[in-house]
Design a protein around this ligand. Structure first.
Ligand SMILES: C[S@@+](CC[C@H](N)C(=O)[O-])C[C@H]1O[C@@H](n2cnc3c(N)ncnc32)[C@H](O)[C@@H]1O
Length: 263
């Protein structure tokens, strides 16, 4: 990454942060809030042209660049845009997630296709191989790791600014510091932007058991882990991470379900 042409003092950074957070703070509720899916309206994968256009600075606008949780952020008056582009490969995730095609993530085969919940509930993740959880596994968190819940990590206050521009992004946001395992319950909690399209986060396509008819049983769970990801993944990611763990045997063809609140 090219070093930014601006050097700001800590005092100036703090003043900018405070002013922006007061002006643009919006509420964020449960650890996994969800809207109706917008997958039909969304482009499958933004073209390189669309992405580079989105990242291009608007000419004639003052740029303020500060160090954010995930690299350099650019405040464009309304929003903190991450300048250092997110690289899903850091977590062993794919750059793009094709639908209806087998993909390999963390050594296992998966397919993303229309959920068994029905077309209007969007996509789901299906296993393409058996994943055995031994009955002797006494603690659910000893179950096999499937893949991370990955994406760029924002401080809540920066994420709230993003949501003022893109309210629909909260569908895939995972608040790390609301998990019981997090001892870092600082005021400025951390949020993972787990949008499958923006972040390559296959876990973002996992649906909830909540209100399902017939009732689906959860076969996986997302967990918070303090500390770095296991080698060879994510050594340059972040001090903590979230994973998806199998909690019971998943057979080839099964859709993944976990339990989370959505509305
Ligand atoms: C994290 S996304 C899961 C992936 C989603 N199906 C998609 O294609 O983007 C959460 C959204 O999926 C849908 N969803 C998840 N669980 C559901 C359930 N039990 N019943 C109906 N819709 C559900 C809701 O629209 C929710 O906002």
């Amino acid at each position: 990454m090219t070093p930014p042409p601006y050097v700001l003092s800590q005092g100036v950074l703090a003043a900018i942060g405070n002013a922006l957070s007061q002006a643009f703070t919006v509420g964020i509720g449960t650890s996994h809030e969800a809207n109706k899916p917008h997958h039909e309206a969304r482009p499958r994968v933004p073209s390189v042209r669309q992405r580079s256009k989105a990242q291009r600075p608007i000419e004639g606008h003052a740029r303020t660049i500060v160090e954010g949780r995930w690299g350099m952020c650019e405040f464009t008056g309304k929003c903190a845009n991450i300048i250092q582009s997110w690289n899903p490969a850091v977590l062993g995730l794919l750059d793009s997630l094709p639908y209806d095609e087998e993909v390999v993530v963390w050594g296992r085969r998966w397919i993303v296709k229309t959920s068994t919940l029905g077309e209007r509930h969007g996509y789901g993740v299906y296993a393409c191989e058996d994943i055995i959880v031994e009955d002797s596994t006494s603690c659910r968190r000893e179950g096999p790791t499937l893949f991370p819940y990955g994406g760029p990590i924002y401080k809540r206050r920066h994420w709230n600014m993003k949501l003022t521009q893109h309210p629909e992004w909260k569908t895939f946001a995972l608040e790390m510091d609301t998990f019981a395992g997090s001892t870092r319950r600082h005021n400025d909690g951390r949020v993972i932007d787990g949008d499958p399209i923006r972040s390559g986060n296959i876990a973002g396509f996992i649906n909830s058991t909540m209100g399902t008819q017939p009732k689906r049983r959860a076969n996986c769970e997302w967990v918070f882990v303090e500390g770095p990801l296991p080698a060879p993944y994510g050594q340059t990611y972040h001090e903590d991470h979230c994973l998806v763990i199998a909690t019971r045997t998943i057979r080839s063809g099964d859709e993944l379900f976990t339990h989370y609140e959505w509305n």
